[in-house]
Design a protein around this ligand. Structure first.
Ligand SMILES: N[C@@H](CCC(=O)N[C@@H](CS)C(=O)NCC(=O)O)C(=O)O
Length: 201
């Protein structure tokens, strides 16, 4: 059976959403990013000392969004794009999520919500909130249809939405991007997302 290593309140949530969309059997093996992810046994699974990681048969994988690309392709339930062009978009948006979107978003979250209050830097948060507007505007401009890689919901949408979905936790307003707001609502309005939220508790 598939083993996913991590805890729900972390980037592991991205892969949990995918697994719930696909409805394949899996086991969530709890590994906390505080302390446990740097222990020797876990470092054999993910030498980076980060969560999540996945084991499926002989395959061991790290990087949350790569895990999702693999799962969507391997256990295709319609979340893998049907054309090479669609696949290209899935890679594009997944890499974009990590390189353009995640950093400003996480910097805001850390400095407004996640770090202990005495370690938060409001200036860092405000600067990052400003930088966040660039990828948000890019996404708004690119959303010409219902979804990112064609007319159907695919791994491209799930990967971006699973990163962007944290924005409200940092008080980031998506009001300037109405298409993004509507698209995010479509993504998180899915039964697969509801199953994932129910499992996260
Ligand atoms: N790019 C990686 C980042 C993984 C990552 O940094 N995970 C955090 C938890 S959300 C972690 O394990 N942090 C532990 C540490 O850095 O010590 C991914 O998306 O999987």
């Amino acid at each position: 059976m598939i083993k996913l290593y991590g805890i729900p309140r972390s980037r592991t949530a991205r892969a949990l959403w995918m697994l719930e969309e696909l409805q394949v059997p899996y086991e969530l093996v709890p590994v906390n990013f505080i302390g446990e992810a740097r222990k020797p046994d876990y470092l054999k699974i993910n030498p980076n000392g980060h969560i999540p990681a996945l084991r499926d048969g002989d395959l061991t994988l790290f990087e949350s969004l790569a895990i999702n690309l693999y799962l969507a392709r391997k256990y295709d339930k319609g979340l893998w794009p049907k054309t090479v062009e669609g696949e290209a978009k899935a890679y594009q948006w997944s890499i974009w999520s990590m390189t353009e979107l995640e950093e400003p978003l996480l910097t805001v979250l850390l400095n407004r919500a996640f770090l202990p209050e005495d370690q938060r830097d409001p200036k860092k948060a405000d600067d990052a909130a400003q930088r966040f507007k660039t990828p948000l505007n890019v996404l708004e401009g690119q959303l010409t249809g219902e979804y990112l890689a064609g007319k159907d919901f695919t791994v491209a949408d799930l990967n971006v939405a699973s990163v962007l979905g944290w924005a409200p936790l940092g008080g980031l307003d998506l009001g300037s991007a109405p298409k993004v707001q509507a698209w995010l609502g479509r993504c998180t309005g899915r039964p697969g997302y509801a199953r994932f939220v129910a499992k996260m508790g």
